[in-house]
Design a protein around this ligand. Structure first.
Ligand SMILES: Nc1ncnc2c1ncn2[C@@H]1O[C@H](COP(=O)(O)OP(=O)(O)OP(=O)(O)O)[C@@H](O)[C@H]1O
Length: 213
């Protein structure tokens, strides 16, 4: 079971760090401006890694991600392969490592896995979710594209059309939570996904009310 963050800077590690027992892992997103607001060791550690373009850091078995707000070439198929079936902590922290640990723990133990993505608005939760789905489906497809990833990720823009809005923190802010359940066959091949929404900001819908004259 993953633990919650806390701990001092000493608990933060790059490669070579945590061992995750059962693959259940939390993922935390940090908005960059937080890094300047505290002298805490955690934030200093995160900041120095961030300046080296190391946006991911482990804190115990939690992955902390800092939004780089620019494209980094670390999400291509080479990285999916690199992190496949590896031991958590052997390589640099990466979001694909989290997907990989969850996927193989599910196959090995035949137990559902859960990844929680948390963070303030604009920290990159939606983007991270997409990277996770990309990796989870790529691992399951073993090299050939079945179109499942495109279908699952394609649902995103449709939901966003109804539930997203521009805010001070994010031009395309999700004004609702999402629970995404990716279903697999026993062989480890993705069968499909279910997306459930919760906490939709219904007050925003008032702006869509039609007033006939
Ligand atoms: N790893 C990343 N690499 C490059 N850009 C990123 C990354 N993560 C997030 N971004 C960018 O940051 C912006 C905000 O990200 P995102 O919409 O995922 O935030 P969020 O946490 O889901 O926000 P909200 O809670 O408001 O919905 C997006 O434009 C996205 O492209």
């Amino acid at each position: 079971m993953a633990t919650n963050g806390g701990g001092g800077g000493g608990g933060l590690v790059g490669a070579g760090g945590p061992k995750d027992d059962d693959g259940r892992t939390y993922l935390l997103q940090i908005y960059p401006r937080l890094a300047g607001q505290s002298s805490d060791g955690i934030l200093n550690n995160l900041r120095s890694r961030f300046y080296k373009k190391e946006i991911y850091t482990y804190a115990g078995s939690i992955l902390i991600a800092i939004n780089p707000f620019k494209f980094l070439p670390i999400y291509n198929p080479k990285y999916v392969k690199m992190y496949e079936n590896h031991q958590l902590g052997k390589l640099e922290p990466h979001i694909f490592a989290i997907a990989d640990v969850a996927y193989y723990a599910m196959l090995r133990k035949k137990v559902n896995q859960c990844i929680v993505i948390s963070g303030e608005s604009g920290s990159g939760k939606t983007q991270s979710t997409n990277f996770l789905i990309h990796c989870l489906t790529a691992l399951s497809q073993k090299g050939y594209a079945s179109g499942v990833e495109r279908t699952i990720l394609g649902a995103g823009p449709v939901l966003e059309a109804f539930g997203n809005a521009k805010t001070a923190h994010n031009n395309n802010s999700s004004r609702f939570g999402k629970f995404i359940q990716v279903n697999y066959l026993e062989s480890g091949v993705v069968r499909g996904a279910v997306v459930e929404k919760y906490l939709l900001e219904k007050s925003r819908l008032g702006g869509l009310t039609f007033h006939p004259h």
